[in-house]
Ligand binder design. Structure first.
Ligand SMILES: [Zn+2]
Length: 246
């Protein structure tokens, strides 16, 4: 059976699902005993998700029999057994909540009970009905049968599938040889394709390296192409000061 008994003092701050504490389902009369049908919180989680991950406010969930009678509800109410919640979501129309509830119940394979309270009462009653009974209604002071609501299109549940990592376009590597007009000078390997970026190493005339990437950077003698060369130090050199070997 999915109906469990909890204690407000002992279990109140325990999360039954990621966004709901057990105490949120407690009877408003203040009794310590909380009866809860554990199929209900996941339904509320899904409604929350379908309504844009906005907080669901529960105005009444479990009710002690005495409290239920005191507000004039029938003893057979799903609230007494811990299977119902009266909810609102700030900024979301109650009819949208009904549509989200239709989706959530349908996905869970629970016929459920769904009543839209209009006018002064203005909330949505959602129940997981353990007798397998489906009920839809509108209460505008008088309870009337309703056909139900068009389910909201089901957006993906929390764990969205990861798209495969984009494969980098393959760059055809080639060799270069450093060509300096002054054989005693050095060519700086830069941290980025710019002759003002940090020098992280240097090459001398005649050194060879493998080019693993090309990019545009600052112009050297009118040539804006920079080459990323691999080696003990991997960094950028201007193409202008090299020639291609193969
Ligand atoms: Zn209710």
């Amino acid at each position: 059976m999915s109906i469990k008994q909890f204690s407000r003092s002992r279990d109140g701050t325990t999360r039954i699902t990621p966004n709901f504490l057990i105490r949120e389902f407690a009877s408003n009369c203040g009794t310590d005993v909380i009866m809860l049908d554990t199929r209900l919180p996941p339904i509320l989680e899904r409604i929350r998700e379908l309504c844009g991950n906005k907080s669901v406010r529960i105005s009444s969930a479990n009710r002690s029999l005495a409290h239920n009678r005191s507000i004039g509800s029938k003893d057979t109410s799903n609230h007494v057994k811990g299977g119902a919640a009266d909810i609102t979501i700030a900024g979301v129309e109650n009819t949208i909540i009904c549509r989200a509830a239709e989706t959530a119940l349908r996905e869970a394979g629970i016929p459920g009970e769904l009543i839209l309270y209009t006018g002064r009462q203005n909330f949505v009653h959602v129940a997981v009905d353990w007798q397998g009974r489906r009920y839809r209604g509108i209460n505008d002071g008088t309870l009337r049968n309703a056909p139900g609501w068009e389910p909201l299109p089901a957006t993906p549940k929390q764990a969205t599938p990861q798209s495969p990592p984009a494969t980098a376009p393959t760059f055809k590597q080639y060799q270069i040889r450093v060509r300096l007009t002054d054989p005693n000078s050095f060519l700086h390997i830069r941290s980025s394709p710019s002759n003002t970026s940090n020098s992280i190493g240097r090459l001398k005339h005649g050194d060879t390296r493998t080019v693993i990437e090309e990019a545009n950077g600052t112009a050297v003698n009118g040539d804006t192409v920079w080459l990323k060369v691999a080696g003990v130090v991997t960094g950028w050199i201007s193409r202008n000061l090299t020639f291609r070997e193969q």
